[in-house]
Design a binder for this molecule. Structure first.
Ligand SMILES: *Cc1c(COP(=O)(O)O)cnc(C)c1O
Length: 352
């Protein structure tokens, strides 16, 4: 710290992302990236765009991409906001809908970026304890003073909250924003997008980083009532008129328009998740019921930290959080068939 630092810079407690090792032949199962490449149409669209107008600023209103996402979900362009990754959309949402002095609610085990934003923007928060089975205790989220945010499915537990429960939380927070972070919803039964036209206090946030294999492109979006979207646009335009570049917009538009490719890769991952879960259970793991592209697992016979380290020695990276009450769990991203077979083989060796 330094006397030149603002109070904001001083109180910031930055998020620590999963390791990105610069090493070949690493089996990377630690940041929930897609094991498949993005749609070939994405590469085509970006390549075309490279040869076009990089000299010119991109569209500040991002209408082509907003229109495509709107059409995909049966919404209007006015219901869609786009940002540089959903992390940026989340940050803008904290600024647009939450207030200092009004306590917001989120689960005690959840995406660790939420407390980071809350601290940065000086928003008080309460971490609501999950039930013993790691599911959300929905009544605890009623009548918040300042709003609610949670991922569905939750991360890193992988557990999905049925849509009717999401709706009950939204209904029981009149005049407060309820933000549902649906980073993994494409691997789960049902999105809350269908409720956007019914409730003016619901904001659904999604990303192209996981199910559309575009973590490197940085595209996230929010879906909500026009008035909520308008607040996000005001924040964005007070921060950076062009957070999304021309290549990202071209690629993301192609990704959302290529539904068959998306469905094929998503279905494959869901199938491999089932196989991986069965294998881990056979080896004596407790695996929480996953509706995501990762599994959250624990074993009585080996400490999570030991498993993490031993796999790391074999060049397999998984995620270990090392904090109560999930300090005996590891989070493993679902890879390809071959990658999961390799993982299971290595775990067998470690357990013997
Ligand atoms: C991955 C993830 C995000 C961030 O996604 P980006 O769009 O890559 O910024 C947001 N929320 C949750 C719960 C995630 O797991």
């Amino acid at each position: 710290m330094n006397s030149l630092w603002s109070s904001m810079a001083k109180r910031a407690e930055p998020y620590i992302p999963g390791e990105q090792l610069n090493k070949n032949n690493i089996l990377k199962l630690n940041t929930n990236e897609n094991p498949y490449p993005p749609s070939p149409k994405v590469i085509e669209a970006i390549t075309e765009e490279v040869g076009r107008n990089l000299r010119l600023y991109p569209s500040p209103t991002m209408e082509t991409l907003r229109q495509s996402i709107g059409t995909y979900y049966g919404l209007k362009m006015e219901n869609v906001f786009i940002g540089n990754g959903s992390d940026e959309v989340l940050a803008f949402s904290f600024m647009a809908f939450f207030e200092p002095e009004k306590e917001i609610l989120f689960p005690n085990i959840t995406y660790s970026f939420y407390p980071v934003y809350a601290k940065l923007f000086d928003i008080p928060y309460k971490e609501v304890k999950l039930k013993d089975d790691f599911s959300l205790d929905i009544k605890q989220f009623f009548n918040s003073k300042g709003g609610v945010i949670f991922p569905n499915p939750n991360a890193p537990t992988s557990i999905y909250l049925p849509l009717e429960h999401v709706e009950t939380i939204v209904k029981n927070n009149p005049n407060k924003a309820v933000i549902v972070d649906e980073a993994y919803i494409d691997y789960a039964p049902e999105s809350a997008v269908s409720l956007v036209n019914k409730y003016d206090n619901l904001l659904v946030i999604q990303t192209m980083s996981k199910s559309r294999a575009l973590a490197g492109l940085r595209i996230g979006f929010a879906l909500g009532n026009e008035k909520l979207i308008h607040a996000l646009i005001r924040i964005k335009d007070s921060f950076n008129s062009y957070p999304v570049d021309r290549l990202a917009m071209a690629g993301a538009t192609a990704a959302i328009n290529d539904k068959p490719y998306f469905e094929e890769t998503t279905e494959k991952i869901i199938k491999i998740r089932g196989w991986t879960t069965d294998q881990l259970e056979e080896l004596g793991f407790q695996v929480l019921p996953s509706a995501t592209n990762f599994v959250f697992a624990s074993h009585q016979g080996i400490e999570a930290e030991t498993l993490y380290k031993e796999l790391r020695d074999k060049d397999i990276l998984i995620r270990y959080f090392g904090k109560e009450p999930i300090d005996n769990f590891v989070r493993i991203t679902i890879g390809t068939d071959e990658e999961m077979q390799q993982l299971i083989e290595e775990i067998k060796h470690i357990l013997i």
